[in-house]
Structures are given as C-alpha cells and as structure tokens.
Ligand binder design. Structure first.
Ligand SMILES: CC[C@@H](C(=O)O)C(=O)SCCNC(=O)CCNC(=O)[C@H](O)C(C)(C)COP(=O)(O)OP(=O)(O)OC[C@H]1O[C@@H](n2cnc3c(N)ncnc32)[C@H](O)[C@@H]1OP(=O)(O)O
Length: 303
C-alpha cells in the first residue's frame, strides 16, 4: 500500500478510536440535539473583531485573537471565525506548531459581555457553550503542538482558551484568571475539565472558587505555566521568543511532529488499551518513512 494511502487509513482509524466513546466526531452533534447552524446564525448577529490565522513556511502558525477595543473579548462572529480557522488548521498537512495569542499586548477578556447579555437565556447559553466546547476540543486535538502566549490578561473564556493549548508561556506581569464565579457562572467552554487535568482538582478548586489571579510565579508553581518570557521591547519579540521556545518541540518533519502530537492526544484521552493500539497505528505511519530511513542511513549517534 502506498504510504499516503496507508497514512489516510491510519488517520481514519485514529480518529474513530479517539471518538468512539462519544459516538461522534465532536463532543456534541445531532445525537445531543445540537445543531451548530442554529447557534452560528445567532452568534453572527454579534459582529466585531476577528480571529486571524497566519500559516508560516516554518510550519508554525499564529492564531491571533483580535478585538483590541474590547481587550480581545470574543464577539459572536469571532466564535464562528475561530471554528473556521480551526477547521483550516485540521487540514494543514505541512503544519507542526501553533501559537495562540492576543492582539495589542493582551490575551483575551473572555466572551464579549454585550453578546452575553443579549443571549442570556439558558437555551442559547447552552448552545453557545456546546459550540465553543466543540471548537476548543478540536483545537486541543489538532495534530500541531500548541502554545498559548499570555500577555496582559486572560480572563473568563480567555483563561479557558489558554487551557486548550498544549503549553502556556506567560509574560512577566500577565495574569490568567477564571473570573466566572464573579459573573455568577462556572466555565462552560471546557476550561474546568481541562484545568483539572493540568493542575489537579485541589488547585482547580482554589482557582475557580477564589477566582484567583494566577501570575507567572503561581502559574509555574502549580504547573499551569510552562515558562515565563523575559521582558521584551515589543510584541514581535515575545512572539519570536514563543516561536523559539516551540521550535524545541517542533524541529523535524511535519509527519513526525504530527505523529508525536497524535500519540500524546490518545495517551491523554483514551483508556490505556485503546491508546496503545492507536500508538501502534501511528507508529506504522512513521516506521520506514522518509525521516526514519534517512536517520538509519546517517548512522546517528545521540550523544
Ligand atoms: C460564558 C462567558 C464567560 C466564559 O466564557 O467563561 C466569560 O468569559 S464572561 C466574560 C468575562 N470577562 C470579563 O468579565 C471582563 C470584564 N472586563 C474587565 O474586567 C476589564 O475591562 C479588563 C479586561 C480587566 C480591562 O480593564 P482595563 O484595562 O481597565 O480596561 P477597560 O475596562 O477600560 O476595557 C477597555 C474596553 O474593553 C471593554 N471590555 C473589556 N472586556 C470586555 C468584555 N469581556 N466584553 C466586552 N467589552 C469588554 C471595556 O468595556 C472597555 O470598553 P469601553 O468602556 O467602551 O472603552
């Protein structure tokens, strides 16, 4: 079988195994009485800002939450925009890494409160929450290694977006805060479920129950942050630092880096037996592949 055809079948198998527990491709589908078109239409009635995607030749993409006049809050159209950009990244064969950041020196202040007020009824709130859970779960499951670059504030839904990334880099002075309690809410975009898996239930209870401001020091201490970036003169320098940091994980051919992310996702999400079988299938896509043959031919020494 040709490698590309074989890769295709393994991808199908991998996706089936990853999702068989939910019986659907995403967290919510028609089985859960969820119609994304319905909520998409409502969300598009609240325009403003954008989610910008810039795919670089290096295989690292930049995803920018861009609504500076509202501290990069998510308007309704930005939620739809995010889904579109995630779908584009799912198809990026040459991709290896992703940096998620905010425009103009701050990360994201959560949902746009004007939109939240307008769809305050529980039914629409639930639909918006299902829509965002689907999108952020797809973001987390991308075969790209992702980093949240947190400058300024990541509040509410912004803090939830942070948890959908594989790594978190905090700039000195930045803050991640689950402010939902102060809004009479809990996280709804999957942020609590993901947070528990990163920092444990005790720390998560403290962060949510106290709406605690997590600065870079506390972030490192509890494992929410993976590193702290040094003071820099402008945003480009922080982005450059984040890209250099990410390069440590993404150096190599896309097929291999994507395979690395796939085995980690299955290990993170699946029961052990399923994860092991997925690992075997993914292994089959790289074994005897170009990078593997080149490495064997070069008689590498791992000193
Ligand atoms: C389900 C929803 C839930 C979730 O998904 O988990 C949420 O996300 S709820 C939203 C949670 N976020 C907030 O409550 C943020 C509220 N805003 C603030 O606390 C402050 O604005 C700030 C982000 C700390 C920034 O403060 P500061 O530096 O003093 O700037 P301003 O307050 O003057 O803000 C500038 C400008 O931006 C507007 N803004 C900020 N955040 C939002 C937002 N989330 N939605 C809409 N607009 C927002 C703010 O109103 C200012 O606008 P103007 O008054 O027109 O200048």
């Amino acid at each position: 079988m040709q490698i590309s055809k074989c890769n295709y079948y393994v991808n199908v198998l991998y996706t089936c195994r990853l999702f068989q527990r939910q019986n659907s491709g995403w967290v919510y589908s028609s089985r859960h009485d969820f119609n994304p078109d319905e909520i998409r239409e409502k969300l598009l009635a609240f325009p403003g800002g954008s989610i910008d995607l810039y795919k670089q030749d290096s295989g690292i993409a930049l995803l920018t939450v861009n609504n500076p006049s509202r501290m990069n809050a998510f308007s309704g159209s930005m939620m739809v925009d995010l889904e579109t950009k995630v779908a584009e990244l799912e198809k990026w064969a040459d991709g290896k890494g992703l940096i998620v950041h905010g425009a103009a020196g701050t990360f994201c202040s959560g949902s746009d409160l004007n939109a939240v007020r307008a769809i305050a009824n529980p039914q629409d709130g639930m639909r918006m929450c299902m829509f965002m859970q689907n999108t952020l779960t797809r973001l987390q499951r991308l075969p790209l290694i992702s980093v949240a670059l947190v400058e300024g504030k990541a509040l509410g839904g912004g803090a939830e977006l942070v948890t959908a990334c594989d790594f978190v880099l905090m700039v000195q002075g930045s803050v991640v805060q689950f402010v939902q309690k102060h809004m009479g809410l809990v996280p709804g975009w999957g942020g609590a479920a993901r947070l528990v898996r990163v920092v444990g239930s005790q720390n998560s209870l403290k962060l949510l129950g106290g709406a605690i401001k997590v600065d870079s020091k506390l972030g490192l201490q509890i494992g929410l942050a993976d590193d702290v970036l040094e003071d820099a003169q402008d945003q480009k320098t922080f982005l450059q630092q984040a890209e250099n940091w990410l390069n440590n994980c993404t150096n190599g051919p896309p097929t291999v880096i994507q395979a690395v992310k796939k085995v980690i996702i299955s290990g993170r999400e699946l029961p052990l037996s399923d994860a092991l079988r997925t690992e075997k299938d993914v292994f089959g896509t790289v074994w005897g592949g170009q990078a593997n043959l080149q490495a064997l031919a070069s008689k590498l020494k791992h000193k």
